[in-house]
Ligand binder design. Structure first.
Ligand code: ADP
Length: 378
């Protein structure tokens, strides 16, 4: 089935036309505010006149809350449920609603499927899902760990066996390390722990988001007169590497400044690397060991320095890098050395493939694939 995968970001829409795993076309288009604008943008893709037009559209939605535990074909009821989830992800859901409304409202509508980043983590056990917070917050407010980057982790689980030439490792940690970053502990292909939580702010140090911090900071600042909106803005747009480095969130620029021995860039780099290494280290006992580590996302895939620093910190687990492959190799590859007890992989993040696969599954009514390792892919 030819599926147009649509991945809405904060300022643009990434669209990829896939036939199975093959990419037929891709475009990145700026986001316009109104639904009418969205329609214009989508027509401009000229997807209806393409030689091999899409037969269905799959759209990434960051948060599915408790309501959406699986991908779903979009209809007006789905849109109205999604609207109720707005308070959970005020920065992400409005754009998803705009895109989905535009796509389902078009005259020559194709079937549209919403694929949620949170759905991969529905296998989280209670110990991971439940925060040590009052019952009523969990029951009435839906305060629990949802986890994100599920489309990326889903694709790792599908592709890694091919690279290994065997079954998926039972004890695997994947780190999606881009501008946003999270880690996921995977036991037989199922998410059993992940670093992002109720929102995508928790866990690792990110481009402009802080990762784990003391929640006591917020009531203190609220009492001093900061508004919830001001806190949200600072936590989403002015924290993380940006705050540590003195205004730079782009990792390539941080690396340039490292070479100039800029002290703040060193601090930002070190704290980001430590947050990744400490999280992977913490997941090893949870999984009962570690067989493989996948680094993906813009930094995980492209920065040899970041990978090397993480592998050095994980030497106590028997991780050994292959400097040649890590520094000079390109593309999807193993970056750990022969003697490494953990195989480490740098993989290109392919959320579009998960979107296409899920869209085809939902529309074709096929069952989820069972992995050779015995785990059901979530
Ligand atoms: P997101 O999808 O979360 O916006 P990406 O996965 O595209 O982010 O990752 C963006 C990050 O990856 C940026 O910090 C960017 O600097 C970094 N990055 C991209 N290419 C490279 C590279 N060649 N070397 C180091 N960092 C890189």
């Amino acid at each position: 089935m030819r599926v147009l995968s649509v991945n809405p970001g904060s300022s643009s829409l990434k669209t990829t036309l896939l036939d199975g795993d093959e990419i037929l076309a891709d475009h990145e288009i700026p986001l316009e505010d109104s639904v009418t604008g969205m329609r214009k943008v989508l027509s401009a893709l000229s997807m209806w006149s393409h030689k091999s037009p899409p037969q269905a559209i799959g759209v990434r939605v960051v948060h599915g809350g408790r309501a959406f535990q699986d991908s779903v074909r979009v209809d007006p009821t789905v849109l109205s449920v999604l609207e109720k989830l707005l308070p959970l992800a005020p920065l992400h859901i409005p754009i998803a609603i705009r895109v989905l409304s535009a796509l389902t409202g078009m005259e020559q509508s194709l079937p549209v499927v919403a694929v949620f980043d949170t759905q991969f983590h529905r296998t989280l056990p209670e110990t991971a899902r439940r925060y040590a917070l009052p019952d009523e917050w969990e029951k009435n407010e839906g305060v629990e760990k949802y986890g994100f980057h599920g489309l990326s982790y889903d694709d790792v689980v599908h592709r890694l066996p091919g690279f290994l030439g065997g079954a998926l490792p039972e004890r695997l940690v994947a780190v999606h390390w881009g501008n946003g970053a999270s880690a996921c502990a995977l036991l037989r292909g199922r998410s059993v722990e992940t670093s992002m939580g109720f929102t995508p702010l928790d866990g690792l140090v990110m481009g402009t988001r802080p990762g784990s911090i003391d929640p006591g900071i917020f009531p203190a600042l609220l009492r001093r007169g900061y508004s919830p909106e001001a806190l949200e803005e600072a936590l989403n747009h002015r924290s993380g590497l940006f705050a540590l480095s003195g205004g730079v969130s782009d990792f390539r620029e941080i690396e340039k400044r490292l070479e100039q021995k800029d002290a703040r860039a060193v601090l930002a780099f070190e704290k980001a690397v430590l947050s990744v290494a400490m999280t992977v280290g913490a997941y090893a006992p949870l999984l009962g060991g570690l067989e493989a580590l996948v680094l993906t996302g813009g930094i995980g895939e492209h920065s040899w320095r970041a990978r090397e620093a993480v592998m050095e910190r994980l030497a106590f687990l028997g991780v050994r890098s292959d400097p040649e492959s890590n520094r000079s190799g390109t593309g999807d590859r193993r970056v750990s050395g022969e003697g490494s007890r953990v195989s480490v992989w740098a993989l290109h993040a392919r959320e579009d493939r998960t979107i296409a696969r899920e869209t085809e599954r939902i529309l074709g009514g096929t069952e989820k694939e069972i992995h050779k390792s015995g785990g059901v892919n979530a």
